[in-house]
Each structure stands twice: as C-alpha cells, then as structure tokens.
Ligand binder design. Sequence first.
Ligand SMILES: [Zn+2]
Length: 415
Amino acid sequence: MERQIKFLSSVHGAVCDVAWRARLDAEIAMPSTQDRTEVWWQYGGRVFEGWLASYGSLPVWAGADDAFQRWGVRHVLHLRDDMVSLADCGAFSWREHEEPQASPMEVAEWAHEWRFDWAISLDHVVPDYDATFDRHGLRSAPAEWQRRVDLSIRLGGEYLDACVTLGAQFTPFGACQGWSPQSFAKSAKAMRHMGYTHLAVGGVTGLPESDMLTVISAIRDAADCEALHVLGGTRLRVLPEMQRRGATSFDSTNPGRQAFMSPDGAYFGVAPESRWTCVSLPRAERNKAVRDNNRMGLTTNSDVNALSSAALHAVLDWGERKPGVKLDDVMAKIAACHDTHSASKGYLAAVYGTLMARPWEACVCRACKTHGAYVAVFRSAKSAQLRMYHNNHQFQLWMDDQFATWSDEPERRLF
Ligand SMILES: [Zn+2]
C-alpha cells in the first residue's frame, strides 16, 4: 500500500525553540548562513509533511509572536510548498478545567495572524472512553461527558462564525469529541451539518489501537468529509489501516521530543521502534549534578568542562574510527564526567552498546552522514536539532516499512 496519510510533527514550541537556540549555540561552530538554513530546510523539508502547533504550548523564545505574525508560519519555519501547517487549540492542556481557557475568536485570530494552512476548531476533551455506553444510548453516559461534547459542537459553530468575521484564509477543521464510537459519530455529523468539510478527531491519544480504528470508522461512516486529522494518533503498527479507514493525517511529538528530553532512547535506530541511548555530556552550566557539586566546592565548571570536552573528542574519534582509539578508554572518559546520567544504573552499559553498534554508520540521513557520532551525543541545542532531524528521518523509514509490508487482503489484517 502506498502511504498517503500525512505525518505532522507536533513538537510544539520546542521545534523552533531548539532550532532557533541552536543558532546561538557557540560551542560547535555553526555552518555558514546558507548551510544553516539548509540544515533546517532539510529537517523541515524531508522528514515530515507538516507542522502542528498548539495554542496551549507556543514557542517561548523572545520575539516569536512578532516573527510569526510578521512573516507567517510557513516562512519562519521554512516549510516547503508541499507541506502544511496546522493550528490546534491544545484542549488537552485545559482538560482539568470546566471550560476551555480560550475563546473561539481568540484561537481563530491566532491561526489567522500566523497564517496557518489548516486550523482546528476550539474544543473540550472528554476525560474517558467507554464504548459500552453505546449499548444503552448516548444519554446513558455521564452528564459531564455529554456536556463536553455538546460544548465542543457549540464552540465549533462559534469558531466558524469567527472565521467568517476575520476573513480567515485557512481551512477550518471541525473538532470531533466523544467517549464511544456513537458519540464521536454524533459529533462528526453535527460538525458536517454546520458546514465543516474537514474534520479532526481528538481525545484518542491514549486509546488502544483497535478502539482508535473503530472511532475513525465511526466518524467516516457518519460524515462524508474531505479530510480527517487524527490528533496525536501515532500508531505505527496500524498506520496503513488508519489510512484505509479514512484518516488523512496525524501528528506526533515522539520523534522530535525524544531527541532532547532524556539521553535514554533519544536516538532512533534502523529497526522499527528501536532506540539507542545517547552519550550524555552536557556542559557544566547545564548539568544539575555539577551545579550541586559546585555549591559544595567539590569541582569547578572549568574542571568539568575539560573532562566533558575530552570525552566528547574521544567519542567523535571513536565515531570516525581513528586509529588507536579503544572503546574502553572512551568509556573511561565518559564515566569521568560526573554527569547525572553517568551515575544512573544501566546508563554506562547502554552507552557502551550504542558506541559498539555505531548506529550513525547505518543511517543515511544527512545529519549522520555529516556529523557522525555527534548526533548520538546529548549535549547542546545543536546536537539535539540534528538528532530531531535524524529521528524524524528514521520515523519516515519506519512508516515506509509498515506500508511496504502491509497486505490489503482482509484475512491478513490485524483488525
Ligand atoms: Zn541519521
């Protein structure tokens, strides 16, 4: 089966935070302006089909709002013509509140001013999923769940009005909420009736694969629509089935976010869903264990930075297969760094595994081809940005793998 479902990266503000902060990172000399743009261009251009931003977690770097308003999201992020930008209100961030913490006009205005291509209506998340209520009719479900679905439908209507008032150029997507296949279907019908030709389904992030697939089918059966975006619908194993049932795009934070959250599993491997532990060598100023030691007068920043720098060069030499470099010596230098991670159980063994396997040599992405082992070093905004590129590239290959091995014959399908 050929993949048509679009993958949108939804690392939220962090994507541009990391990318933009990397430009200020003086430790490793940045490439020329032209190359710098190219790294970001390639990162954005080849490894995902679009970018999703949530109103609830916007970029925090100084001047972000001004830049996006002035230039538009497509220009700031160097999105290619064949990529899309999608604005979402980020309802999950106010799930504990009785009402959404924004108004339909507020989120529509934001999507309009930043010049997104697509934008999802304001909604409120239903806190749970229970398909058994469908046996007894929609009114048997908890009143609060019904209230949230009805509220999302009403807000969807107000959002469309706001789009008209603003003269918004983006394509509005009606957010469908629910707690069961029938309630999602009801939501989808209502959105379609209001005039939405594009739909999005929310609140399915934590669902088992089979439930998510059932919800997609229920929406598609109930409402004929041009597109269906699945918010947070990262299910690598059943992506072809999601597409077959009518999902046209989904978003994921994983490939980008895992690159910089923790060294554990931060580097995606060639085998689907495999991950390697990165070598954690943060500079002294960014290392909590070092800061604590400094307070006790045990070490100085320059001592730590010298050790860290020595370890970094040893790792890079190992990565380049320089003659005479022994892995045990490299490991001794890594262990001497007193990083928070080097003290944790299993970390050094995991790093040994990564360095032995040299996964960057098996990768064909531009980050690994150019920077080798540095992509597997957890250290700076620059290395994080390269690893985000690598992970997204690898995620594309994992998806290709799923589609290549998928069979259209019903008896061989998982569901
Ligand atoms: Zn790579």
